[in-house]
Design a binder for this molecule. Sequence first.
Ligand SMILES: [Zn+2]
Length: 134
Amino acid sequence: MAASVVPPSPVRDDAFFWEGVTRSQLLLRRCAQCERLHHPPSPMCPHCGSVEWRTEAASGEGTVHSWIVSAHPTEPDDSPRIVVLVDLAEGVRFVANLAGIAPADVTVGLAVRVTFETVGGVLLPQFRPVEVAE
Ligand SMILES: [Zn+2]
């Protein structure tokens, strides 16, 4: 069964993020008061409660913190998806799909990098392993 993707439906708190994706940027929010990065977006800074923030583009570099293999609950799945929790170089964690690697080869600490790919007609940030020979 082919993967189906539910398109993002941006709300006020994360519209900036999806706007960044259209420019191949992974945007994070930095609190204007305590200067800490936070993700996922929320109305207030989770550290100090401020509602003032600005965005900055993440490097897109990170390492695998944890992952699961997502399979369709009832139907045969021709392409199981790897859903990964990435420790971004900036110090926040990010959930996305991991592509370009077999589930058995994923390891904690694996170096990954964001790419922007159209999946099921939807442009999404995805991660791929960083090629050692690069
Ligand atoms: Zn803050």
